[in-house]
Design a protein around this ligand. Structure first.
Ligand SMILES: Nc1ncnc2c1ncn2[C@@H]1O[C@H](COP(=O)(O)OP(=O)(O)OP(=O)(O)O)[C@@H](O)[C@H]1O
Length: 316
């Protein structure tokens, strides 16, 4: 857990590039193109981006599984190249893929990992960690008999055996049902309340919006946003109005002030507009002027998904 002399930034990433060498079948790939950002200490930090944006590459570099081409990364004040040991001791990484020896029990998995990190037997926290991830009753079950969700929780415990102040989770809730996702969120929040800085990648924007204090968005190996979540969501001051009309839609209404106008159902038109430029009433007025009879209306603030789509499509 974090000590009194915690650095201001848990992680500092500077000008990091990664070029995967080409093969006979595939050309070389610039997976990261000069990435720089900080992960402030004590936060839950979301790393988002479309498939192939470079998130796993970055995490794998931090985990020591992939070698970066250039740039520097400092973990809890320790450069991963020059002070590899201390950098490694200060981070716990939960990989995307579930890999365990199927014949070890959860207790043994944690004990073995503790041994690998040189944690003295009397300082090991295996029982405490099993309790924290609600797996005490599976203490002696073979890992292969655990459900997918239990395995994910065990992976989190495994990443915490050496009590690192930073926990990185690569897609922790991919393919996990809603109930279990909530449980994992609670676990992440609990660890964060205990002082652990959490970095997570996710495809669930709702998850990022709920959990993360700050969000960085990567696209094509470059940073395209890095802001407090609330600021990011409110970034464009956009609002969305969904209008149900009285007949099937053959042509969409148009106005230069509409940020976006799409067909969201047989008879539903969704218009995104900037609150500073117009009101929902004006949107409805314009629709009526263009021959649509409005039957029902609902409005919502733009959410992270709208922001994400806008940013990543603008940078495409
Ligand atoms: N070992 C590799 N060799 C060559 N190219 C790779 C390798 N690993 C990843 N890439 C490429 O680098 C780019 C970034 O991949 P990466 O897995 O980091 O993306 P990601 O953001 O984690 O995506 P996802 O959300 O799908 O996991 C992709 O174009 C990918 O095809």
């Amino acid at each position: 857990m974090p000590s009194e002399n915690a650095p201001e930034n848990a992680i500092e990433i500077r000008d990091v590039t990664k070029r995967y060498a080409g093969t006979r079948k595939a050309p070389p790939k610039e997976a990261l193109r000069g990435l720089s950002f900080d992960v402030p200490q004590g936060q839950v930090f979301g790393l988002l981006g479309p498939n192939g944006a470079g998130k796993s590459t970055l995490i794998n570099i931090m985990a020591g599984l992939v070698t970066k081409t250039s740039g520097t990364i400092s973990i809890w004040g320790h450069d991963i190249d020059h002070d590899h040991r201390n950098a490694k001791l200060n981070i716990g990484i939960v990989p995307q893929e579930i890999v365990f020896d199927p014949f070890f029990t959860p207790f043994e998995v944690l004990e073995n990992q503790g041994g690998m990190y040189g944690v003295a037997k009397h300082l090991r926290r295996s029982e405490e960690l099993l309790r924290a991830v609600h797996l005490s009753d599976k203490r002696n079950a073979y890992a292969r008999t655990l459900s997918g969700g239990m395995k994910r929780r065990l992976l989190i415990a495994k990443a915490m055996v050496h009590s690192p102040p930073i926990l990185v989770l690569d897609e922790p809730t991919a393919g996990v049902d809603v109930e279990l996702r909530r449980q994992l969120w609670e676990l992440v929040q609990q660890l964060n309340h205990e002082g652990v800085t959490v970095v997570l990648t996710t495809h669930y924007l709702e998850e990022a919006e709920q959990l993360c204090d700050r969000i960085a968005i990567i696209n094509h190996g470059q940073l395209i946003a890095n802001k407090p979540t609330r600021e990011l969501v409110g970034l464009m001051g956009e609002k969305v109005v969904a209008v149900t009309v009285d007949r099937d839609i053959t042509a969409l209404p148009a106005d230069p002030r509409f940020r976006k106008c799409v067909k969201a159902g047989e008879r539903v038109i969704e218009v995104t507009y900037d609150k500073a430029e117009m009101t929902a009433g004006q949107v409805l007025g314009l629709l009526q002027d263009q021959g649509f009879t409005v039957e029902d209306v609902s409005t919502r603030e733009a959410d992270l998904e709208d922001v994400f789509v806008q940013l990543t499509s603008a940078a495409a």
